[in-house]
Design a protein around this ligand. Structure first.
Ligand SMILES: Cc1cc2nc3c(=O)[nH]c(=O)nc-3n(C[C@H](O)[C@H](O)[C@H](O)COP(=O)(O)OP(=O)(O)OC[C@H]3O[C@@H](n4cnc5c(N)ncnc54)[C@H](O)[C@@H]3O)c2cc1C
Length: 321
């Protein structure tokens, strides 16, 4: 199997999702695993990819790739995949990666399996695992031809540094006129303090049990005390209590922190699928029959308004002492 992993980067850093996919690919690959870096001023990131299992990193460094727009990237990837004969191309899911993967599939007349949460080799064949029926079952998916393309759900694989090094191979590709027709007019960044929800070791998530948007400060205070990020359920996001970027679940983010504290969250299946792979799950809910307790490692039956301030105080005093 010759695998190429699309290495997405942002503000001079390789994205954790891409490194997780690279680590997973390294465990599947019996020959040299390759990554590809497309952008402007990105060459120095190639060595970082080597630490996560890439034996070779193809770099196309060009000012025309400065903006994170899909079409020029599709040109470059089409060229590289055809030229080097990769049989598998893997992407960590993101807005950009989804656009690039779909367009590349059309260009190469290739099959794209999306939203995979695992990849295994069975009888020499690559098999993808994909959640279905509201994430209540996993189905096996495959490809009928090569190259095989796959988009991996965020948070599915840990980025495991193994300390290797990568050979850097610079390449050039023709970029079509129509691929350069779009320009990036504006790019907005959400300002946030602390780690992103996908990178955080600790996620404190709030649900409708908080009673209103004003109580989210209780969740934020605990997150700050523990150096974590804030998550939310769809119910509170839909109600406008908290931004969509914090939504955990089937139609939000998938997170796998070391510690997940669910505050006033019932534990619906659509929420569960976004956080069930967390290391330790703690639930605070006033209803002892809430479904979340069925998959929590530790449950606290009580009112979040009473428990959260005390917990935050305790954490602060332990840290202070
Ligand atoms: C197609 C589809 C996709 C969806 N995608 C998502 C998704 O991505 N993420 C997601 O989260 N949901 C998703 N949902 C919605 C999901 O089904 C649930 O409706 C939602 O997760 C419930 O949010 P909640 O736990 O905040 O609210 P509720 O279900 O209303 O639960 C509130 C909980 O708070 C407890 N409570 C109340 N007061 C207190 C208090 N003072 N102290 C402590 N506990 C208290 C209650 O006992 C209750 O268990 C989706 C639904 C559909 C149909």
């Amino acid at each position: 199997m010759s695998i190429l992993v699309f290495l997405e980067h942002h503000e001079g850093e390789l994205q954790k999702g891409s490194l997780g996919v690279l680590s997973k690919a390294a465990s599947l690959c019996d020959s040299d695993l390759a990554g590809v870096l497309l952008g402007s001023g990105v060459k120095e990131l190639a060595s970082e990819a080597g630490k996560f299992g890439a034996a070779k990193v193809y770099v196309f460094d060009d000012p025309r790739l400065e903006a994170p727009l899909p079409q020029p990237r599709v040109d470059a990837l089409e060229h590289l995949v055809r030229d080097q004969g990769f049989d598998t191309v893997l992407f960590a899911a993101s807005v950009l990666a989804a656009d690039v993967a779909a367009a590349l599939a059309a260009r190469l007349d290739a099959g794209l399996n999306w939203d995979l949460v695992d990849l295994v080799r069975e009888d020499g064949k690559l098999v993808g695992k994909r959640p279905a029926l509201s994430d209540s079952v996993y189905v096996d998916v495959g490809w009928t031809s090569e190259p095989r393309l796959a988009l991996i759900r965020s948070g599915s694989f840990d980025a495991a540094a193994t300390g290797g090094s990568a050979e850097v191979v610079e390449f050039q590709s023709e970029l079509q006129d129509f691929s350069l027709a779009a320009t990036m007019v504006e790019q907005a960044h959400e300002e946030q303090e602390g780690p992103s929800i996908e990178d955080a070791d600790v996620v404190i998530a709030g649900g409708r049990g908080l009673g209103g948007p004003e109580s989210f400060n209780l969740v934020e205070d605990l997150a700050k005390a523990l150096g974590g990020a804030v998550g939310a359920t769809r119910a509170v996001v839909d109600a406008g209590w908290y931004p969509y970027a914090a939504q955990v679940g089937q139609t939000g983010r998938t997170v796998s922190p070391k510690l997940y504290i669910a505050c006033g969250i019932s534990g619906a299946i659509q929420h569960k699928v976004g956080m069930q792979s967390s290391g330790v799950i703690v639930a605070i809910n006033k209803d002892s029959n809430a479904p979340i307790f069925e998959y929590s490692d530790l449950g606290v039956v009580g009112d979040v308004h009473a428990i959260l301030p005390k917990l935050t105080e305790l954490v602060r005093s332990r840290k202070g002492g």
